[in-house]
Design a protein. Structure first.
Length: 352
């Protein structure tokens, strides 16, 4: 395992000169100023992160992190824990939504099992790390030991180290784990101080009574862990999840290695919030793909001062929103680099 607290090491800094050059180029393209809306700022942001006037995305990579959650014992999900492993089978077989989205776009797709309840699970094409047979029930004890949480953070980092060696220029992540909207809500509450009522949603489809039960579990859990949650690492290990920790580690490693990350929905945003609390300098490297229909996502986006690219009412997870936003990111780069300037097209510029 790497040195403890590696996530506190410095992050790469965006390049101000490239940002200025990209902004100047945008001002010269054959369109009214601001006419391409968010796509203009996205291209400029990527220019600053990639250190070149005209950014491009040639080698995006996707990783899906999976893990089980002991808090499922509290009847906070419509589905049993066995569904996590069943969905891993579906990902491998190519039948899940993210499998289709990755296949259609030629997007390299890695599967990492941090720890399902079935430690004998052995699927081709899946990296089974078996850190633990899922987390403990955080409404009764800490979800992970410090060593388990560090191992999961490191697993996310190692995914990015492998991706970096393959020339990755944009990282997408997804997650799978029955009960993980509850863990993500608990983690977000712990980090933000917001009450569960602001962040608890329907997850996989709970009715009103199910949402109320989930909220009560979170209130009890936050009270149990108390002031320990003031430390972001402790918050992650006490009420988070193995895949949430791996997501957090991957976002931190993105910033340290200089690879922009396209963050998916509610669960990935909770991990992004944790990454920012662990190392605030990682924030510029996080781009946000979509506005989830999960009720707490708007609050997380506000906390992160993030403007998502799309809003399609999604609440699937799996990295599906990030994969759907990927073409927009690529098109923003193509428009920025491929459009003619007024001078090149011999078109008169508008007058101020």
């Amino acid at each position: 395992m790497s040195d403890a607290r590696w996530w506190q090491e410095p992050c790469r800094q965006p390049d101000a000169a490239s940002e200025a050059a990209a902004r100047a180029r945008q001002a010269q393209l054959t369109k009214p100023a601001g006419a391409l809306g968010q796509l203009e700022e996205l291209a400029i942001r990527l220019a600053s992160l990639q250190g070149r006037e005209c950014p491009w995305i040639d080698r995006p990579r996707l990783c899906l992190f999976a893990g089980d959650h002991g808090v499922v014992e509290e009847n906070i999900s419509l589905f049993p824990q066995s569904v996590t492993a069943q969905m891993l089978h579906t990902f491998v077989a190519g039948g899940a939504a993210i499998s289709v989205l990755a296949r259609v776009q030629g997007l390299p797709f890695e599967l990492v099992d941090l720890g399902t309840v079935d430690l004998s699970l052995n699927l081709p094409g899946v990296r089974h790390l078996r850190i633990a047979p899922g987390t403990a029930n955080f409404s009764r004890t800490a979800a992970m030991t410090a060593e388990q949480c560090q191992a999961a953070l490191q697993a996310g980092r190692e995914v990015l180290q492998r991706a970096s060696r393959r020339g990755c220029d944009l990282f997408l992540a997804g997650e799978m784990g029955i009960g993980n909207t509850t863990a993500a809500s608990a983690l977000a509450c712990a980090l933000s101080g917001l009450p569960p009522a602001r962040l608890v949603g329907r997850g996989t489809g709970l009715d009103h009574a199910g949402v109320a039960r989930k909220q009560a579990v979170l209130e009890r859990s936050l009270a149990l862990h108390g002031a320990a949650l003031d430390d972001p690492f402790e918050a992650l290990r006490r009420v988070g999840g193995l895949e949430l920790a791996a997501l957090t580690g991957s976002y931190l490693a993105c910033a340290q290695l200089g690879i922009p990350a396209l963050v998916d929905g509610f669960i990935c945003s909770a991990a992004a919030l944790c990454a920012v609390h662990l190392n605030p300098a990682c924030r510029p490297w996080l781009l946000f793909a979509h506005a989830s229909a999960e009720s707490g996502h708007a609050a997380l986006l506000e906390l992160l001062q993030a403007t998502p690219l799309i809003g399609l009412g999604l609440r699937l997870g799996e990295g599906s929103g990030a994969a759907l936003a990927l073409p927009l990111v690529r098109l923003a780069c193509e428009l920025h680099g491929g459009m003619a300037t007024f001078a090149e097209a011999q078109v008169e510029e508008g007058r101020g």
